[in-house]
Ligand binder design. Sequence first.
Ligand SMILES: Nc1ncnc2c1ncn2[C@@H]1O[C@H](COP(=O)(O)OP(=O)(O)OP(=O)(O)O)[C@@H](O)[C@H]1O
Length: 354
Amino acid sequence: MAIIQIEHVSKTFQTKDGTIDALKDVSLNIEAGDIYGIIGMSGAGKSTLVRCINHIEVPTSGTVVVQDRELGGLSDKELRKQREHIGMIFQHFNLLMQKSVLDNVCFPLFIQGKSKAEARKKAYELLEIVGLRDRAKAYPSQLSGGQKQRVAIARALASDPQILLCDEATSALDPQTTSSILELLKDINQRFGITIVVITHQMAVVREICNQVAIMKDGQVVEHGRTIDIFNHPKSEVARELLQKDEGNATELKTLKTADRIKNGTRIRIVYTENSAFEPVIANMILTFKEPVNILKAATKNVGGVAKGEMILELPKGSTNVAAMEKYLKERGLELEELSDNVNGGEEHVDGTN
Ligand SMILES: Nc1ncnc2c1ncn2[C@@H]1O[C@H](COP(=O)(O)OP(=O)(O)OP(=O)(O)O)[C@@H](O)[C@H]1O
């Protein structure tokens, strides 16, 4: 049984400018132990959906079942109790600026009725987990963004939640700090079995830590499944768009020789695990078919801890060999996908040539 079941959830906001359908018939199952990504462009409905998971936002229709309890059927008191199992962190940390790091973490423990001594003991343990025990007496203004988010994570863990909701938790952080916070979230998921729901607009965040992902657009889930499957075979236009924006390991992004003879050729995307096994296949294909091939993009990406390579090739349009070249690559175990014309930023090549 999934730990979070979202069944046919819709949410409509009435504003002075009219009605906004923020969620339209969304259904999702999140299993215990998942790190589940919810990704989409701005306004897709991600925050509204995640706020429905703890009923900060009550769906207009549909049901949310968390740990076998239908939230809509709970009294206010029961709902407050249920929310103790659901921690939440935010983009802007939401710390109490007038209180020390220690007191920020103690705060929810006091609300739970813990004594000062108990709360402090637990808060120090939590600060140890997030690597900030030595900053307990500091104030939030004395911390970096990454450190502030660590305090927020410690505070969110204070009620021993089974679920942690992260709403754009790394969006205000630089890439290096983002990686360290994602590592911490992964560690928390593995050590304590906490189910994590990650709201983001960055595919890089999803592929770094999420095992499952739902892609949202205009209030709907347009695609969901294992991260690795969506990375390998994106079906929706928005998934492709988000993948295109995710450059992976930019230092390894290379532009290889382009053959000027190809203009507006057939573009295919190839995903592979072993770079070494891949490049001779391309070279041999070119030798076999004696056709020019543009390599528009080559990058490696870490998908859930596994290094995956992605390459976009352009084959000569109209050539009678295109189908045979695709077959040649497939027979050598490569996964291919033909791309529509606009992918990779219209006609612009990675190196800026047209
Ligand atoms: N309280 C509200 N009142 C009115 N409209 C709202 C409210 N909350 C959200 N919306 C609208 O619902 C839609 C979905 O918003 P939501 O914040 O869930 O999207 P999002 O995908 O999280 O976007 P972003 O990444 O920009 O935060 C938007 O059109 C937004 O303007």
